[in-house]
Design a protein around this ligand. Sequence first.
Ligand code: MG
Length: 375
Amino acid sequence: MPNVQLASYAASPEASQGRKVYEDAPPGRSEFQRDRDRIIHSSAFRRLEYKTQVFVNHEGDLFRTRLTHSIEVAQIGRSIARRLMLNEDLVEAVSLAHDLGHTPFGHAGQEALNTCMKDHGGFEHNLQSLRVVDVLEERYANFDGLNLCFETREGILKHCSLEHAAQLGDVGGRFLNNQRPTLEAQIANLADEIAYNNHDVDDGLRSGLITLEQLASVRLFSNHLNEVRETYPALGERRVIHETIRRMINTVVSDVINQTEKNIGEQTLRDVNDVRNAPDLVAFSEPMQELNRELKTFLRNHLYRRYRVMRMSAKAKRIINELFNAFMEDRRLLPPQFLHAAELEHARSVADYIAGMTDRYAIREHRRLFAVEEE
Ligand code: MG
């Protein structure tokens, strides 16, 4: 990143712990910029366009998909990183890659696939995101996956069990040694939460599943809503909502910047190694944590567990289950490119295939397998 002074404890591409397969430094861009570019060109990234978070993709063109979600995470993350003099490119790379391993149908899909895989090592979308960039993408002559820098890979692996950490090698190390990832990875993680809390409010209102009246009980929302209504009494409802959400994001982002600056100020950080040995530093203030919890509880009770969402989740689970069982019973049903894996790894190949599906592809594949009139 030319012309920008970074903090001494920012992640630096020159001090990167490197890639699994050695490559010469890229001319004209940094190592983290190269990671971001590889992520954008991956096929898993393009598929995010047709994967959903809460609403199923065909429900409407205005709702967030995992692609627009990831772009919003990158935007929020970069704003925070720039203000804190941290490496925007790394935050962007981690943000754009963080959901690559997600199954179709959001959390319902992840739960269903994890249940299917319980006797075969389980399924966890975080680990799968890492698997996509380490193994599954087939684009380059000299290596499987995208051969990303250590710092990008560790940022993608937000959390994992100690058992998995022990198997993962380098990026698993910090879970075993009780260390933190870079501040850039911590920012991407929190930006993810800020993005989905706010856009779920927006999508929830647009879908009619939640109302402004219900949101009156959520202080983070209602404080801004009242302010907007007082300042612009004649403003139409859509603009009132956007103006309110814009202010909410602003407030939360400023809170994270201020609190994180304070947390950093209490440490003696000389370089990124000091960050690794410090506690989590990127954080909400305590009052904001409380407001954030209130919003999350509201969304869980009024949006994620609502009738329409639950019905869709149940359908999604059934589709994933039936696809999994069909492929497990007869491996010849798998597309040929997934067949080369050894018999023993068959379940993992099935999980890779299903996890890579978009919502509409899963629905179509299910129909192809189970509807007699289809081929
Ligand atoms: Mg996310």
